[in-house]
Write a new protein. Sequence first.
Length: 144
Amino acid sequence: MADDDIRSLITLHQQRMYDASPPGTSFALDLSGLEGAAATVLEARDADTLLGVGALFELSPSEGEIKSMRTADSALRRGVGQVLLDHIVTIARERGYRRLLLETGTGETFEPANRLYLRNGFTRCAPFGDYAETQFNIFYELAL
């Protein structure tokens, strides 16, 4: 079971994604969606203070999906997202994944995430898995 602070941050993430997304276009997982065997939840901490969370979800033996990336409000603009992303990419490579995928949104709320992924070599791709293409959602991939 996740610590209370992780539960709170994931709940906040899910609520903010729903609030910033048109109906039917937010795919943020709640904690139960991150507790299965296919998900690895990572946390960034400074001593006992939770700075951020991110998850790597196994889609297949060769592909992973980044889910639930969220930096705590008190840690914004401190590089927490980059540290989490670097760790997720490292784990994906260690597992032998050939590519990492993710879905995010458009608009002001999602701009920091989009900049982070583009800065790290992710490129736009078609929807994958059960995702449907919309004008709001963006899909990225990173070849490993």
